[in-house]
Design a protein around this ligand. Structure first.
Ligand code: GDP
Ligand code: IMO
Ligand code: MG
Length: 422
């Protein structure tokens, strides 16, 4: 068997969590491959709304196994809170969740370094979620990091103290007040929580399961526009959010990747700093934010909103080798008479349909206008009941990208889903 990879094609928050939850019954294993508590994946079912940060979005389906892969970074404090919140909903986690020994740990001092670095940047800050993501991946690539497997070693506390002292030296670079010690009790309590779970060599386990014919869904966090290499650098996250990230973040060979399922919103959002070509910093943007409840699932920050950007979407499709598109939140566009879609960018030299190295080179997007459907589509669950204008909108995207839109999500609930041409 090959593993399917589901990932975001924009700046995150495309609705990945919801779609993973919908698809989980078709799989045996759901595995997160990168990112950490910067992610906020929202699931809604039976009037419950739940936000996951580290734990894969398959966790609410009994019988499926969930794995936190080696590419993920775990904050024990956030992890413990997540476990408690899920357990409170009567979900038994113990046998459904396995953790890679190679996943890295976020220390309190990583969080502080993140905050100190952002404060020092002032106007040019990344707009990080302040979860310690950047500093933890820096320690991973710098070969200083602490991993889940270290928890089981006798000198774990010593390793922790060694890294903490190193961070204290780094913090001298900043004029930033901090107190690591007051966060340590909660951190070590989180470590005890992690200890209750089975640590595995997830790369071996997943490859064995695939060989046995089990179906694996790899769940991405963030989105392609936030990728460390191909996103709007430096306003990106610190991991590989693209399909290749599933290879390194789970130990999957490229030949073991099956379908690449790209999730995108019918419009665009971004939270944090950085260029956003189709941003509507006006009434249109406010309307999208209000109707789409566009506030960060992790930080509560208002999300910047704008029109769908096909130049960026096509770039993401290329980078990931997307085989199926999943479109979410088209219901949010129901009030608009006209919906705009960017198909090119105006730059100094003229017009381009290619994604530029520096998004600041874009003078303005070139839009085409599509007619809105002007009706409630939140209860539509089959393609024949779809208003013609929505079908046209989808057909236009399929024609432009050359990739079929096989799932359309028309509301936050698990049941608000429409399958096409599968
Ligand atoms: P993720 O990070 O990609 O999992 O996405 P988030 O959970 O951060 O943000 C998506 C938001 O949109 C959440 O509040 C979801 O409940 C909600 N959502 C997902 N799909 C739809 C949809 O089709 N329509 C509407 N209206 N909301 C949706
Ligand atoms: P999900 O998985 C949206 C953004 C932050 C910031 C930048 C770097 O829910 O789609 P970081 O904390 O990673 O150093 O922040 O990336 N960001 C996200 N935006 N959704 C996310 O995750 C994000 N994770 C990080 O806002 O601009
Ligand atoms: Mg999110």
């Amino acid at each position: 068997m090959k593993a399917d990879v589901l990932l975001g094609l924009q700046w995150g928050d495309e609705g990945k969590g919801k779609i993973v939850d919908v698809l989980t019954p078709e799989y045996d294993i759901v595995a997160r491959f990168q990112g950490g508590p910067n992610a906020g994946h929202t699931l809604e079912f039976n009037d419950i709304k739940h936000v996951l940060h580290t734990i894969p979005s398959g966790i609410f389906r009994p019988g499926q196994l969930n794995i936190i892969g080696n590419g993920v970074v775990i904050d024990p404090v956030v992890f413990k809170k997540e476990v408690e919140a899920i357990t409170a909903l009567d979900v038994v986690l113990k046998n459904n969740l396995l953790i890679s020994k190679k996943a890295h740990l976020i220390l309190p001092s990583h969080r502080i370094l993140d905050a100190a670095s952002e404060a020092a940047k002032g106007q040019t800050k990344i707009g990080s979620t302040l979860k310690g993501i950047g500093p933890t991946y820096m320690d991973k690539t710098g070969r200083n990091g602490l991993r889940v497997g270290d928890i089981a070693t006798r000198d774990f506390t010593e390793k922790y103290r060694f890294l903490k002292e190193k961070h204290k030296e780094l913090l001298k670079l900043y004029d930033y007040p901090y107190n690591i010690e007051e966060q340590e009790d909660a951190w070590f309590e989180g470590i005890e929580e992690i200890r209750k779970f089975e640590f595995i060599d997830s790369e071996i386990f997943i490859n064995e399961q695939l060989s046995k014919g089990k179906k694996v869904l790899a769940e991405g966090a963030q989105g392609t526009m936030l990728d460390i290499d191909f996103g709007s650098y430096p306003y990106v996250t610190s991991s590989s959010t693209i399909c290749a990230g599933a290879c390194t973040g789970l130990g999957l060979a490229p030949s073991r990747i099956g379908e690449v399922l790209g999730v995108f919103k019918a419009y665009c959002t971004r939270v944090g700093s950085g260029p956003f070509p189709t941003e509507q910093d006006n009434d249109t943007g406010s309307t999208l934010r209000k109707i789409g409840h566009e506030f960060g699932a992790t930080t509560g920050r208002p999300r910047r909103c704008g029109w769908l950007d096909l130049v960026a979407l096509k770039y993401s499709i290329m980078i990931n080798g997307v085989t199926q598109l999943y479109m979410t939140k088209a219901d949010v566009l129901s009030d608009f008479d006209t919906i705009k879609v960017a198909v090119k960018y105006k730059v100094k030299e003229g017009e381009t349909a290619l994604f530029p190295h520096d998004l600041n080179d874009i003078l303005e997007p070139v839009y085409v206008e599509k007619k809105g459907w002007k009706c409630d589509v939140s209860k539509v669950t089959n393609a024949s009941a779809m208003p013609g204008e929505l079908a046209d909108y989808i057909a236009f995207i399929e024609k432009e990208t050359g990739i079929p839109v096989t799932i359309v999500s028309l509301g936050p609930d698990r049941n608000q889903i429409l399958f096409r041409k599968r």
